[in-house]
Every structure is written in structure tokens, then in C-alpha cells.
Design a protein around this ligand. Structure first.
Ligand SMILES: Nc1nc2c(ncn2[C@@H]2O[C@H](COP(=O)(O)OP(=O)(O)OP(=O)(O)O)[C@@H](O)[C@H]2O)c(=O)[nH]1
Ligand SMILES: [Mg+2]
Length: 302
């Protein structure tokens, strides 16, 4: 398990966090000089200014209070501070709501459909029954793409013709989920920018259809963000959450970027937890986000 995160964070670690280890090993004692150096590295590493300031201030206080002296200790406290920043409360599952309805949204090409396959695979591996809904009727070949995943996963899928009303697909999928005793219904949607008024209205309509059938659903709305977009992904998300109630973030493509520090910025600026991460193109290149493992992965020795 740990190997996957460690590999996925390789670029982030090498470009940002190795600098920290180097800075620390260049200092015998923890002094203001060193803390300032760390601050600079974190800020340039997509961690975000506010998060960095808070981490450094906490470090300063802990060093003083817990009487840390050697710079070696600093890595341990840093890991701990990163973990604390990223922690989130336990989340509901299909044990709480069945069918558990998951709506997956986000900007074009961020990895929604692939991430849905990963999630479905994960739930199936836990012995859960999954149903997919092809509610991206907009992009050419989007339905086929989800169908290919469904075949590989040996998972049922509800689909209509291209250009059909996505809300109608969702309506049918909800009925099927109830009738077939499904644990997780995962709904794929078309990529959209928050500025596309008609597409945002379409999302509203999907919401209404869901709530009419199951008043407390969707039980989870996942916003998919591409880690490679760094701070831009955070800005994208800020706009998105103004009109959609997002519960969690699926952060994709961590394997291809040095901007993994953006996880911290997302949590801090949006107050929404990163719950899932994508570490490659295969359905197994997936991890439930674990703050402790993530922090270990950032500072692991390569
Ligand atoms: N390296 C890497 N590639 C990924 C990951 N997740 C998705 N991809 C790739 O990103 C590309 C886009 O993925 P899709 O799942 O089609 O993205 P989408 O958001 O559904 O795209 P639209 O439906 O067009 O909006 C594909 O080539 C995927 O293989 C990941 O975690 N790592
Ligand atoms: Mg898609």
C-alpha cells in the first residue's frame, strides 16, 4: 500500500520536499534562518501561503514548547503538522444510505470517468454492488468510454443515446439502483466549466431529479481536480463550489506532477477534504486518501 503513494509522490518529493530535507541537514540547530528557508520552500511548492504560515508558526511554537533542538527532529514535527492539516472526519458509506448515490463533477479532462472506474473497482473489492450511470451524453464517445470500463469491471451500467437528457439517465439509474439492490450508484457527468451557464443549469436539474426520488441524496458529490493544475485547480474548485454542494475531492494525476503539495492548499482554502487520489491511468492506480501515509510519502527517503 505505502509503495503506491510513495511512487506517486516521487516528483513532488524530489522537486519540493527533498529541498526541505537538504535545508534541514545543512543546519545543526533549529533557528529562524532554517524556518524561513522552510517557509520559502513550502510556498513555492504549491502548499499555499496561508497553510505554510500556519505550519511554520506551529513548528516554531512546538520547537519552543517541546524543546526540540536537533534539526533532525524537525522532519518528524513537519510530518505531524502536515498530517494534522489534512485530517478529516469519518465519512458516510453505503452502510448509512443504500443505495449510496455518488455524483461526480468537474472540469473537462480532469479524470472523472477514469476515477469513477477506480472507485467502482474499489467498492467491488469490498464486496459491494456498484451501478454506473452514463450521464455524460454531451461529449462524443463518453458513453462508450464508460461502457468499456463497465465491461472490464463486470459492472452494470445505465445509458441512453448520445445527446439524451442526462437527468433522464439519472432518473432511470436511480430506479434501477433501488430495484437491483445496489450499494453504490456512481453517476458520470459531462466536463464543464463553472462559466457554462447552460451546463451548470443541467447539473441543477440532475440534482432535482435525484432529490425527488431520494430526498437525502446525492450522498456524496465528488469534485475531480487535476493535481497538475496546481493553484489553478484550487481556483477552479472555488468557483465550482459556489454553485454545487461538493462534499469531497478526488485529486487525480498525482503521479505526473510535482505539485502534490496542492493537497494542503485545497483542504485549507476550500475546507473540503481530499478523500481519494489518482496515481496513474489503471483502475488500480487509486488510494483512499490517508493523511498519515501522505505525509510519510512526502518526506520519504527516495
Ligand atoms: N497519469 C494519470 N492519468 C490519469 C489519471 N486519471 C485520469 N487520467 C488520464 O486523464 C485523461 C482524461 O481522463 P478522463 O477520465 O477521460 O477525464 P474526464 O474528466 O472524464 O474527461 P471528460 O469526460 O472529457 O470531461 C485520460 O487519458 C486518463 O487516462 C491519473 O490519476 N494519473
Ligand atoms: Mg468523462
Amino acid at each position: 500500500m505505502f509503495g503506491k503513494i510513495k511512487d506517486g509522490l516521487k516528483k513532488t518529493r524530489e522537486n519540493v520536499f527533498t529541498k526541505i530535507t537538504t535545508a534541514i541537514s545543512g543546519h545543526k540547530k533549529i533557528d529562524d534562518d532554517l524556518l524561513e528557508e522552510l517557509e520559502e520552500i513550502l510556498i513555492t511548492g504549491d502548499v499555499g501561503v496561508d497553510t505554510t504560515m500556519e505550519i511554520i508558526e506551529n513548528l516554531r511554537q512546538r520547537v519552543r514548547k517541546e524543546k526540540f533542538e536537533s534539526s533532525e527532529d524537525l522532519i518528524a514535527i513537519l510530518k505531524d503538522e502536515v498530517r494534522k492539516q489534512l485530517e478529516f472526519a469519518p465519512q458516510p458509506t453505503s452502510d448509512d444510505h443504500k443505495p449510496f448515490v455518488v455524483l461526480v463533477v468537474g472540469v473537462n479532462g480532469t479524470g472523472k470517468t477514469t476515477s469513477i472506474a477506480k472507485l467502482a473497482h474499489y467498492h467491488q473489492s469490498q464486496g459491494k454492488k456498484v451501478l454506473l450511470a452514463a450521464a455524460d451524453t454531451f461529449r462524443a464517445a463518453a458513453i462508450e468510454q464508460l461502457e468499456i470500463w463497465a465491461k472490464r469491471l463486470n459492472c452494470d451500467i445505465i445509458k441512453h443515446q448520445p445527446n439524451a437528457d442526462p437527468a433522464a439517465v439519472v432518473f432511470d439509474a436511480l430506479n434501477a439502483a433501488k430495484a437491483r439492490d445496489v450499494d453504490y450508484l456512481i453517476i458520470d457527468t459531462a466536463g464543464r466549466l463553472h462559466t457554462k451557464v447552460n451546463l451548470m443549469a443541467e447539473l441543477e436539474k440532475i440534482y432535482k431529479v435525484i432529490q425527488k426520488q431520494i430526498p437525502d441524496a446525492p450522498h456524496e458529490t465528488i469534485l475531480v481536480l487535476d493535481a497538475g493544475n496546481g493553484q489553478n485547480a484550487v481556483n477552479q474548485a472555488k468557483e465550482f463550489v459556489k454553485s454545487v454542494h461538493v462534499n469531497s475531492i478526488f485529486l487525480t494525476k498525482l503521479d505526473g506532477t510535482a505539485k502534490g503539495g496542492v493537497v494542503l492548499s485545497i483542504k485549507r482554502q476550500l475546507g473540503i477534504p481530499v478523500k481519494y487520489i489518482g496515481l496513474g491511468e489503471k483502475m488500480t492506480d487509486f488510494e483512499l486518501f490517508d493523511p498519515k501515509e501522505f505525509a510519510e510519502g512526502l518526506f520519504a527517503k527516495s
